[in-house]
Structures are given as C-alpha cells and as structure tokens.
Ligand binder design. Structure first.
Ligand code: SF4
Length: 340
C-alpha cells in the first residue's frame, strides 16, 4: 500500500513551494499557514513571509506588529503569534535550529502533534505520523472507520493507524502523499475512486460506503453575536486619522481593530478609552463569520477622536494602517465607514 501511494505521489503531486525544501523552519511556517487555510491562498503569503523572514533568527528578531502585517488577511492570527513565540524559543534555546527530538519539538508554543509530525517526517526523515482533515477522510474510508470524526476514540484510532502505516523510508513523502490523496482524489464530495492508487485496498469502496464515510459529528449552529463598532476619526482629508484598539484576543488575537462592544456604540468608545462625537446615524451593517460565531456588526462614525495614546489604543494615519496587521473584519468596518 505504501509503495503504491508513493508511486502515485511521485507522478501526481502538485508542485508547491514548501515541497521544494527540507528546511525545518520553512516547513513549520508552511504547516502553520496551511491550518484551516486553502493551499492557493497560502502560496503568496508563504513566499512573501519567507522572503521577509528567511530564517528563524530573522523572524525572532522582528517585532509582533511586523510579523502580523505579513499575516494580515490570512486569519486565525493566534497562529502567527504562537509561531513567532515558538521560533523565538528555538532561537533562544536551540541556537535557531528546530530540535530533531520529538518531545522538544512538541513542547514548543503552537506546535501540536500535527505540526510536530509534519516537521519530523518531512524535515528530519523520521517515521512520525500526522493526521489532518485530509488524512482523516482517507483513513476513515480506507479502513472503514464508522465512529464520528472529532470523537476522542476516533482521534486516538486515527493516530494509531497513521503511526502504524508511516514507513521508515520516505516518511515525509508518505505523509504528504496521504494528504495529497485526500486533497485531490479522495475529496469530501465525489471522490475519484477510479483514479485512486488505493482502490483495491479501500474498504469503503469495496462495501459501497464511500458516500457515508467519514461520519461527521452533528454540527452546532453558529452563535449569532450582535456588536456595535465605532470608527472614530480625527482630522479631515489626507490628514485624517482613525482610532484603533488592540487587546480583544478572543476576536483578533492581538491585531489592531475598530472599537467594538456588545452594548451601545457609546460603550464601544468608553471601553476603548477614546473621547469623540458619536454620530447617531447608522452607517451600515457588516456580517462576518468566524469558526463558531456569526457576527452582525452595526457600524457608526464618530468625529474629533482624542485620548491618551498607548500600546493598546491610538490614532493611525492611512499610511500607518498599511504597515500594521489588521484583520479582514477591521478592513470591512473601515471600508464601510470611511468609503461612504
Ligand atoms: S478508493 Fe475512493 S474512497 Fe477509497 S481511498 Fe481511494 S478515493 Fe478514497
């Protein structure tokens, strides 16, 4: 089975920039970016990030705002902050070399079993397993796993099976081949079994269960949160500045954002520590979907923004806004308030 899959991978794999390297740091960056983000989206971000931070030292030396500005738009900013913290630890404790020892790797901030296994197998040629969404789907079908994805017993079983299957020869390619098979052949809907190198080994195919595996956990409906956001500005025209705050880690993981509140718009200003003349007219409503929450944000404007500037709240010129990490939601809110 391993040989068939590797043979297929050699022929069919897509050429992706992180597959051209064995550099553990670069692989780490790519794996973190690829979590919950599509390959096509990641490619330009990965290339820009590595051009700006080509080594662990370069990333460790950079300040958080610069790092986040290179992540801006990719979402899930906590990933970037943890990557930064993890790389700083590698530089401080391991002289900039990602540790080959799996326990030391897994102890780094932001490095879970998946990332540790990806680095171990791809960069260090160690037979360490990985399980992600694609591997889960392939193994659930191949081995006819009928328990729901996400249940503890299923997760344990998947890791055990992945560890059993990963060969000592070309473990990194094998892991990538499993993921690639899930991405381009064993897809969630209408898998192309007729092109699959493992069709003869596949339990789901043999038993006509391809359409029902993997079994998903019942989904919870996303919670709707209603918020008020206030785009508070100072000055006019090209000299106009906007007050942004930082600190709501649950929403934006340390990025600068527009003052928001679950209460009235004036509460958003109060909580942000900014004084400004709130305009009563609603400028618009922005919808934004996070993993478990659907945000409905009522957008207001305020003029004459002033307050004590600090690391958690200050005025930004248009030019400064280009250089800091801001989330997609913040961009939408600024666009709604400033372009109308
Ligand atoms: S035969 Fe079909 S269901 Fe089975 S692993 Fe291949 S693509 Fe997936």
């Amino acid at each position: 089975m391993q040989d068939k899959l590797l043979g297929w991978y050699d022929e069919a794999a897509r050429h992706l920039p992180w597959r051209e390297t064995r550099d553990a740091y670069a692989i780490w960056v790519s794996e973190i970016m690829l979590q919950q983000t599509r390959v096509e989206t990641v490619i330009p971000y990965y290339e820009r990030f590595l051009a700006r931070f080509p080594t662990a030292e370069a990333l460790a030396d950079a300040d958080e705002d610069t790092v986040l500005s290179y992540w801006s738009g990719l979402g899930y900013y906590r990933r970037a902050r943890l990557l930064h913290a993890g790389v700083r630890e590698v530089v401080a404790r391991f002289g900039g070399e990602v540790p080959e020892d799996p326990d030391a790797r897994r102890a780094l901030p932001g490095v879970g079993a998946y990332t540790a296994g990806a680095i171990g197998s791809i960069a260090f040629d160690r037979p360490e397993p990985i399980v992600d969404g694609n591997v889960t789907r392939v193994l659930a079908r191949l081995l006819r796993i009928h328990t729901p994805v996400g249940a503890t017993a299923t997760t344990k079983r998947l890791w055990k099976e992945a560890a059993r299957l990963v060969p000592s020869e070309r473990p990194g390619d094998f892991n990538q081949a499993l993921m690639e098979l899930g991405a381009i052949v064993c897809t969630p809907r209408q898998p192309r079994c007729e092109e699959c190198p493992l069709v003869l080994e596949c339990g789901a195919h043999e038993h006509g269960e391809v359409a029902v595996l993997p079994v998903s956990k019942p989904k919870k409906a996303p919670v709707v949160a209603k918020l008020s956001a206030v785009v508070a500005t100072s000055g006019r025209g090209a000299g106009r500045k906007v007050w942004l705050v930082r600190g709501d880690t649950a929403l934006f993981g340390g990025l600068w954002g527009v003052p928001m509140s679950e209460e009235e718009p004036r509460d958003a200003l109060r909580q942000a520590g900014v004084r400004a003349r709130l305009q009563s007219e609603l400028v618009g409503t922005v919808e934004h979907v996070l993993t478990h929450r659907r945000l409905q944000v009522a957008v207001y404007r305020a003029l004459g923004a002033r307050g004590t500037e600090s690391d958690t709240g200050r005025l930004f010129s248009n030019q400064e806004l280009e250089g800091v990490g801001i989330s997609t939601l913040t961009r939408k809110l600024l666009g709604t308030a400033l372009l109308r």
